[in-house]
Design a protein around this ligand. Structure first.
Ligand code: 2P0
Length: 332
């Protein structure tokens, strides 16, 4: 079996840094068809295909510079060297940038960190883009996507704006984010953040636990493959109802399979169920709004610009993202 080190050697040639400091931004992404399980733990190869939408200018800015000691800060808070975030960062850097160089990494997210809003995806994508500049690899985006995937699976989808798919192929060199060409200007994503605190169990642990203990995991995979195909054609046809219904169905299938794990994984809070009821009430009243939920209690709403005023009025705390709005100065 290929290990991480030999895999990286197939993708880039390790060399000395070209500059002493580099910065990059990458957007967060929200999966409409979720990634939940791995067929290769070492290389983060997914069991199912997934499909996401990037959040425009919402994501992570990362600066990396050569330093005397390894250092990590997130949103200006120093991260302890004993923490999981620190270990994951420097394991990743040791893989991509060995030779005993020490780094200071400063990350700032303009989305809540660790609350199921995919901040690890934008973080590892931005870190990879910053390393590409620091080392002047001049690597293609497919290569950078493969590298970002080693930090966090979903990071491979955060290298691009718009809709991005990630296939469940067996060849690790082909396991990268692929942007779709469809641009859907009217599409809006509403972030309903009622709980910005860190989640109790990481996605990484939760997906492995689900995969190894749920008797329904195989059904989840079979259904998810179908959802992926339906979502793909809903995007091609710009069929919003089909997109929303399928994304919401995929979300509930995900949370159902987590509930069937032993012990069960429950990310929802009473406020989550309350908000789900409100979305369904709006739909009963003829408003086209759908929800998606990741590994956390918060919801993301999917709707079209024409319903923005009504929905914003209904959910006063909603933060609205226009995923296809132009983002200035973003050239990965
Ligand atoms: C997704 N999530 O597709 C799904 C939906 C959370 C719920 O990808 O172990 O942090 O680093 O590969 O990427 C979160 O999983 O897991 C995730 P690792 P990752 O967005």
């Amino acid at each position: 079996m290929v290990n991480k080190k030999s895999y990286v050697a197939q993708l880039i040639s390790l060399k000395k840094p070209a500059v002493t400091s580099a910065s990059a931004f990458a957007p967060a992404n929200i999966a409409l068809c979720k990634y939940w399980g791995k067929k290769n733990l070492e290389l983060n190869l997914p069991t199912t295909p997934s499909l996401s939408i990037s959040l425009g200018n919402r994501g992570s800015n990362v600066n990396i510079s050569i330093a005397a000691q390894n250092y990590l800060s997130i949103n200006n808070q120093v991260v302890a060297s004993t923490s999981t975030a620190f270990k994951r960062t420097f394991d990743f850097l040791n893989l991509l940038a060995p030779n005993d160089i020490k780094f200071a990494v400063q990350s700032s997210n303009n989305i809540p960190t660790g609350a199921g809003l995919a901040s690890s995806a934008s973080y590892f994508a931005a870190l990879t883009l910053a390393l590409n500049k620091l080392y002047n690899w001049q690597a293609p985006l497919t290569t950078l996507s493969c590298l970002a995937r080693l930090g966090s699976g979903s990071a491979c989808r955060s290298l691009y704006h718009g809709f991005v798919k990630w296939l469940n192929c067996d060849d690790p060199l082909q396991s990268y984010g692929i942007p779709l060409t469809t641009s859907w200007e009217e599409l809006r994503i509403g972030l309903l953040i009622f709980d910005p605190t860190q989640k109790s169990i990481s996605s990484r642990q939760a997906m492995l636990h689900t995969q190894s203990t749920s008797p329904f995991y195989k059904s989840w995979c079979e259904n998810s493959i179908k959802d992926f195909e339906i979502l793909h054609s809903a995007i091609n046809q710009k069929n919003f109802q089909l997109l929303g219904e399928t994304a919401e169905y995929n979300t509930f299938s995900l949370h159902a399979v987590m509930l069937s794990a032993r012990p069960a994984i429950i990310y929802s809070k009473p406020s989550t169920l309350h908000a789900i009821e409100k979305v369904h009430e709006l739909r009963c009243n003829g408003v086209q709004v759908y929800l998606t939920q990741d590994a956390g209690p918060n919801l993301k709403l999917l709707f079209l610009e024409k319903d923005l005023a009504y929905i914003s009025n209904f959910f006063s705390e909603l933060e609205v993202v226009s995923p296809f709005a132009k983002v200035d100065n973003w050239a990965p």
